[in-house]
Ligand binder design. Structure first.
Ligand code: TYD
Ligand code: MG
Length: 451
């Protein structure tokens, strides 16, 4: 039987099968399966390209790739990358249109090009448009080379000729390679282009940044295919109406994925926010009910974040739960725990919660603050001024210790808070005496302690 030479690939999720289907069996997307030619690549082809002899070597004789990291010129960016740009790495930066990806990377190029040539490839904007942005940012350099091209083969050629310190590809969705037998813009093109660029970066040692567009659902188009290929995946987020932008890492082969970098978008580009606690905490001293402060850990850095809840009677049978910056299920779970273990009748109440400044709170240590915000809004009483709430809440309503509590308490003291509500029995070590420590054993006792 003749072997099939094509495969059908879902343009949403990258799922592949040999037969066409109207609906992708993996992600249930309609009309997303597109035929692509199968490229038969032999092991020899790949070796010739990657240039390694392919012999197993003893671990002991391998020298660790501890090459110098290249500073990006932005401390916040270096932090997220795990200490600077790793030579030969492929980094994907995803984010909504207009969030500032091109701005961030142009600033990075501006900094690095003061020492070495940098190649900025744009498939979206003309050199003139980029020049206009560069003028706004005050970036001017004769070693920042702009290249408006979409052919991966041409770009590889230029990388070999110029040997730049860093390459930026803005964006990977606009790139086209002859190696993929599929239409421009398809997942096949995306995967093939990224795979080729990965080999180029590994072979030449030149770090490459890819800009990736995000789909309506908030994932980088063809997300699985790209995330598997690249070394590091960063998301650039934030409310477009807010000025703050957060750079988060969701995958990093060279560092922690818990770090986040905070920037502010100004007239003259992105500036770093070195003290994020200041912006995510309200400076308003008359705190309304349902507004409390917690401390989340971002990598090793503690950041104070204001959490707000609004609890109001529902007008429909089904009470609403809406979470901005939190996992929706976590909110539903906490509401259920408060109802069952603390006697709060929430099943006729709508609950809205949000974290300030567009921060995404994933730290379970914020549970106690979320609970305190809900209790405060439900009772319509403001929590005691200058308090911080930290602790994980278990299903029984009990409080569990959190990691690095002393670091968080110190940050609260540094920011001038007066008391910290922490899980009972937490080892605190030496945190000084400037803060009153209030131990909470169970969510049921929160209402007695917090007002
Ligand atoms: P951009 O980097 O083009 O976004 P992306 O590449 O992610 O699509 O950023 C565009 C937005 O940033 C635009 O709405 C204007 C704003 N901006 C500033 O506020 N100040 C600046 O100095 C620059 C260059 C852009
Ligand atoms: Mg752009």
């Amino acid at each position: 039987m003749k072997k099939s030479k094509s495969v059908y690939v879902c343009q949403n999720c990258g799922f592949r099968q040999s037969k066409w289907a109207g609906r992708c069996p993996e992600c249930d997307g309609w009309n997303s399966m597109v035929e692509e030619a199968v490229r038969t690549e032999t092991a020899k082809d790949r070796r010739a390209f990657a240039g390694d002899p392919g012999e197993p070597v003893p671990l002991g004789s391998v020298s660790a790739d501890r090459g110098e990291r290249i500073p990006s010129g932005m401390g916040e960016m270096d932090r997220v990358l795990g200490g600077g740009i790793v030579p030969g790495s492929l980094v994907l930066i995803g984010g909504d249109p207009g969030i500032g990806k091109s701005t961030l990377l142009l600033q990075l190029c501006g900094h690095i090009s003061t020492k070495k040539p940098v190649l900025y490839v744009s498939g979206e904007e003309s050199a003139g448009q980029i020049k206009m942005r560069a003028e706004r940012l005050g970036v001017k350099s004769d070693t920042l080379l702009l290249y408006t091209e979409t052919s991966v083969e041409m770009i590889i050629q230029k990388i070999a000729d110029i040997k730049p310190a860093v390459v930026v590809i803005d964006s990977i969705q606009t790139m086209f390679t002859e190696a993929a037998g599929s239409a421009p813009g398809s997942v096949g093109q995306l995967r093939e282009s990224a795979a080729i660029l990965m080999q180029v970066s590994k072979k030449t040692g030149v770090p490459i940044f890819l800009v990736g567009h995000v789909t309506k659902e908030g994932a980088i188009a063809g997300p699985r295919v790209l995330e598997h290929i690249v070394d590091t995946v960063l998301y650039f987020e934030g409310d477009r109406d807010h000025f703050f932008r957060i750079l988060r890492s969701v995958k990093n082969r060279f560092g922690s994925t818990h770090e986040m970098g905070v920037f502010e978008m100004r007239e003259s580009g992105l500036t770093e926010v070195a003290n994020p606690s200041e912006i995510f905490m309200s400076r308003n001293l008359d705190v309304p009910s349902g507004s409390v402060v917690t401390c989340i850990l971002s990598g090793t850095r503690p950041i104070l974040v204001e959490i707000q809840a609004l609890v109001t009677g529902t007008s429909f049978g089904n009470p609403r739960r809406t979470a901005v910056g939190f996992d929706y299920n976590r909110l539903a779970l906490l509401a259920a725990i408060l109802q069952k273990r603390a006697g709060l009748v929430l099943d006729q109440e709508d609950i809205y919660v949000s974290a300030a400044g567009g921060v995404r709170v994933e730290d379970p240590g914020a549970d106690l603050a979320l609970a305190a915000a809900i209790v405060g809004s439900f009772q319509n009483r403001a929590a005691r001024k200058s308090s911080m709430f930290v602790g994980e809440v278990g299903l029984g309503g009990e409080l569990r210790p959190v990691s690095s509590l002393s670091l968080r308490v110190k940050e609260a003291a540094r920011m001038g808070l007066k008391r910290a509500y922490v899980p009972k029995g937490s080892p605190l070590g030496d945190v000084g005496s400037s803060l009153e420590i209030i131990e909470v054993g169970h969510v049921g006792s929160l209402a007695e302690l917090m007002f």
